[in-house]
Design a protein around this ligand. Structure first.
Ligand SMILES: NC(=O)c1ccc[n+]([C@@H]2O[C@H](COP(=O)([O-])OP(=O)(O)OC[C@H]3O[C@@H](n4cnc5c(N)ncnc54)[C@H](OP(=O)(O)O)[C@@H]3O)[C@@H](O)[C@H]2O)c1
Length: 298
């Protein structure tokens, strides 16, 4: 099968609460960094054509001023690109967003901590996406200084869930004790942490616990790894390169395939503004790694 004929269904599905998604999804953070708005729209539509039904976003993904400020002079919000590209939304599309971090239009960073601040962020997501409810909202915390308790903020989101503004809740950038605390309050459908074959492997335990509890583990920076916001990993370990060469795929595809092999509950949300990379990433969902290859990568 040609790689551009492989769909996001190739890696199977997972259920977030009552919402079934293909394990291969799409991350929208990078879309606002490209001054070419039409290209971003094309990538989003192509992603859906290729079977993507899980898109990750945030109201604070915008340029200039937000998370990837390229100073284009024209404000673009990932949430609005998603709306403009995909409305009327396909009935099976699950949009996951996050609240916590916020940027003023001039790029000043702040962290929402009160119910009123979190509510304003939920409402901003609703408005920009033009939805009457949000499918999944992750409470995103910062690790430094790491808060001991997330109960108050998570409780505020539970209230909004009970009001019908949010369907399901998740957490982002958290430790096991944060997950424990939140699960005492309400169901958690996903944990979204930075994690890759060569990054944050201290979260191996958290990933396993999520699997045991039926919570999706959704790594960000699976391709970028230690380069984080700066872009794709510059170098790859010898096993990644050897397997890529032997299988006729790219090192980025091996990184994504490795991610999906960490458990049925692990979902991928690779981010790209490049249609060719999009097709490659989705094709990585069909790349089955043998036990020998997984041992090499370990
Ligand atoms: N919860 C959080 O705190 C948090 C933090 C960061 C990100 N996220 C979410 O996670 C998603 C994924 O993170 P990310 O987009 O930053 O990183 P990523 O998916 O690990 O990597 C994206 C980078 O790799 C490049 N790339 C993608 N596919 C490629 C391919 N096939 N070949 C070569 N290069 C490729 C992209 O550039 P091109 O555009 O040139 O392809 C981009 O620079 C984000 O979009 C966002 O939705 C969440």
């Amino acid at each position: 099968m040609r790689s551009d004929e492989i769909t996001a269904a190739a890696a199977g599905t997972w259920t977030l609460g009552d919402l079934t998604v293909n394990r291969m999804g799409f991350g929208s953070m990078r879309l606002t960094a490209n001054p070419n708005r039409e290209l971003a729209i094309t990538v989003l539509r192509r992603a859906v054509e290729l079977g993507v039904n899980h898109i990750d976003t945030a109201a604070f993904y915008f340029s200039p001023g937000g998370i990837l400020d390229v100073g284009s002079g024209q404000t673009r919000y990932a949430t609005e690109l998603i709306r403009d590209a995909l409305t009327p939304y396909p009935s099976d599309l699950v949009i996951t967003t996050k609240v916590g971090p916020g940027f003023a239009d001039d790029g000043t960073f702040s962290m929402a901590s009160t119910e009123a601040q979190l509510r304003a962020q939920v409402q901003e997501n609703l408005r920009r996406l033009r939805r009457d409810h949000l499918d999944v909202v992750n409470l995103r915390i910062v690790k430094r200084p790491v808060p001991d308790s997330i109960a108050e903020r998570f409780g505020a989101l539970v209230k909004m869930r009970d009001e019908g503004l949010i369907r399901h809740l998740g957490l982002s950038n958290v430790r096991v004790d944060h997950l424990d605390e939140a699960q005492q309050i309400a169901p958690v459908v996903c944990v979204q942490n930075g994690y890759a074959i060569d990054t944050n492997r201290g979260d191996d335990g958290l990933l396993k616990i999520c699997g045991e509890r039926g919570v999706a583990f959704v790594p960000f920076f699976a391709i970028a790894g230690p380069q984080r916001e700066a872009g794709p990993a510059e170098s790859h370990s010898d096993p990644v390169q050897e397997i890529a060469r032997a299988r006729g795929v790219t090192p980025q595809q091996v990184r994504l395939a490795w991610t999906l092999h960490q458990g049925r509950h692990v979902l991928a949300i690779p981010g790209t503004g490049n249609p060719a990379h999009l097709a490659e990433n989705i094709a990585a969902g069909a790349l089955s790694l043998s036990p020998t290859e997984l041992a090499q990568l370990a």
